[in-house]
Design a protein around this ligand. Structure first.
Ligand code: TXA
Ligand code: MG
Length: 313
């Protein structure tokens, strides 16, 4: 099942009416709302059960639309031109007259913006004719959805429409780069590897993800959590554990992130396999070591959060 033009038009109309629409992007499914409608934005927080201090990303169909929402330094412009449409969100100062709800920015004077690389997302944003805020379409603290089925399972009765665009190609959320007065900071590892960002900037970037700065707001330690407990860097499963493998050495059992050891494939499979193992009711998952280069940084970040003691902030 894939979203067709009438579905997309109906979804755009629902957005304009202030309703919530779940839609596919290349990273994960988003829970979309009209970014300029405070009530719709508030409904997003309510549907997710999300702490309101966690600001949302505004999605637009083009860099030109993004440049109207925020103030882009030359470095921000270079990143936008290189990686959009794509799995990169840029945090920039809000422009004067930025129409995005202050609630979506949690009262900050900055705004996170992204142009997603997914035909259904782009068609929806064009048809809506306004910025759409969209956190990942999962209950707060739970695994992000990479299929429409994941969304239906957890948020079905809270959204007007779920647009189905099949499985998400990237499978982890966008990288988030902050470009405020204090210079570029990588604040979330994601779909664009750090080294690609650094190549575009021409220099190394400061990393201020939760691991580097534990108390950054909106970066809860226990996040992306499946119901099962996780044991990381496991060479083999123990009795009673499901095993999530990676690479030929660790390709045992039915679940492997990538039998060939491909990190791009592993990122695309990560959340889907955690959902799948959780659905069996198994209470603990041993995860094979995953290398830290390329998309491995984002994969290890999500695994560490999934394995963190629950309820920690
Ligand atoms: O791939 C993605 O980015 C997905 C898809 C749906 O586009 N969206 C997503 O949104 O992951 P969400 O809400 O789950 O994550 C937004 C991230 C959070 O880490 C939040 O703290 C950060 O962006 N963020 C948003 N606005 C910010 C701001 N003004 N300053 C600092 N961080 C911000
Ligand atoms: Mg999320």
């Amino acid at each position: 099942m894939s979203a067709n033009p009438p579905d997309i038009a109906a979804a755009a109309e629902a957005l304009r009416q202030g309703e919530l629409v779940a839609f596919p992007t290349e990273t994960v499914y988003g829970l979309g709302a009209d970014a300029g409608n405070d009530q719709a934005v508030a409904r997003v927080y309510a549907a997710k059960g999300r702490p309101a201090f966690n600001p949302l990303i505004a999605h637009v169909p083009s860099a030109a639309a993004a440049f109207r929402l925020g103030e882009f330094s030359p470095e921000a412009q270079a990143l936008a031109e290189t990686f959009w449409p794509g799995p990169l969100s840029l945090v920039v100062p809000r422009s004067t007259g930025c129409p995005v709800s202050l609630l979506a920015s949690s009262g900050l004077d900055s705004i996170a913006i992204r142009v997603p690389a997914h035909p259904v997302a782009l068609a929806l944003l064009e048809a809506a004719g306004r910025p759409v805020v969209a956190p990942s379409a999962n209950p707060s603290g739970r695994i992000s959805p990479t299929t429409a089925e994941h969304v239906r399972r957890h948020l079905k009765d809270k959204v007007a429409v779920v647009l189905d665009g099949g499985r998400c190609r990237v499978g982890v959320e966008s990288s988030v780069v902050s470009l405020l007065a204090d210079g570029p900071r990588l604040i979330r590892h994601g779909g664009v590897p750090r080294t690609d960002i650094e190549r575009c900037l021409g220099h190394a970037i400061l990393v201020e993800t939760h691991a580097a700065r534990p108390h950054a707001p909106g970066q809860l330690l226990s996040h992306y959590a499946p119901h099962a407990e996780l044991r990381l860097n496991a060479e083999a499963p123990r009795e009673g554990e499901a095993y999530l493998g990676f690479g030929p050495l660790h390709a045992r059992g039915p679940w492997t992130l990538s039998a060939s050891g491909d990190l791009v494939e592993a990122a695309a499979n990560l959340f889907r396999l955690l959902h799948e193992i959780d659905a069996t009711g198994i209470s603990s998952i041993a995860v094979a070591p995953v290398p830290h280069h390329g998309l491995g940084e984002a994969i290890n970040d999500r695994l560490q959060r999934a394995a963190a003691p629950r309820g920690m902030a």
